[in-house]
Design a protein around this ligand. Sequence first.
Ligand SMILES: O=C(O)CCC(=O)C(=O)O
Length: 342
Amino acid sequence: MGRIVATFATTDEAGVSNPLPGLPLIETPLLLAMADELGLSEEDRRVARDLYEQGYAVFDFPDQQLDERIERIKARLAPHYGIDFADPEADKTCGERRIQDAWQTDPDVRAIAANEAVTALLGKLYGRQAFPFQTLNFPVGTQQDAHSDMVHFSSLPEKFMCGVWLAMEDIHPDAGPLFYYPGSHRWPVMSNALIGRRGYETQLASAQDPYGEAWRALCAAQGAQPQTFLARKGQALIWCANLLHGGSAQNDPRLTRWSQVTHYYFEDCIYYTPAFSDEALGKLQMRRISSIADGRLRPNLYQGQPAEEALKSASHDPAGSAGKPSGFGSKARRALRRTLGR
Ligand SMILES: O=C(O)CCC(=O)C(=O)O
């Protein structure tokens, strides 16, 4: 039987009036009221509602050539993991567990990351144009503790980031399936300020390390139960920036769990790494981000203006703060300068 491919409407997100453009649409309480204006199909609405309410949404990956791509990706990447895939009894967890940014050399990894139906859907759901910027290819489960991607990749305005996880085979329950905590995308956004840590110009073995205890405490306090994604080959899951997720324990080391994660940002944002930033002090570890789709740099933008220029024009304040009694101009300038880490 042929693969079922969801079709996503291609209505441009432009032209929709949104009173809260600093929030991704799928994070705003106005989402459902705006659904008609957004031109969302039934399937788009289901995905939007799942993201809003649960912080994740499952869909069939819309690529008629997906099976062939997956086979080619496995054949090309397999030799790089140092794992004996040919022997069904071999331990598959003993080698390298991931390849980052294989899209740079592998056209099929790139095609999956840059899938136009997916980027169009994400653009509609977030209200800004989406673009893929990083890929991870896993042959086995990651067995990663629960974490939110926001300590690695964040944006200003926040939450304009998401991950798309694609099953490249049917996932066995003992192969360390992806897990997540539904609704955790609404929990406090983890930051150094929240855990009483300074991050700017620090070094960490893993950017997630300092936050583990706080995430565990939140899960315990909420009585949160993880759900696992026993995906069929070709199913994909979008996770919101702040959704807690990870990889379950791999009970059977002989199994593979081929998957690809693509991380997406959205245009017209400032991109930075919160684990190594202190936002309140205006110290941000900025990122230099390019789109996988066209290879072009996506500059850090503040309300449509390159962040550096926005800072300069705010500093010169051509309109002048003269006549403004409260000194607001200089405060705003200082705030923006802090935001840009200057
Ligand atoms: O695939 C998994 O096991 C988890 C992947 C993950 O947590 C991530 O890429 O952020």
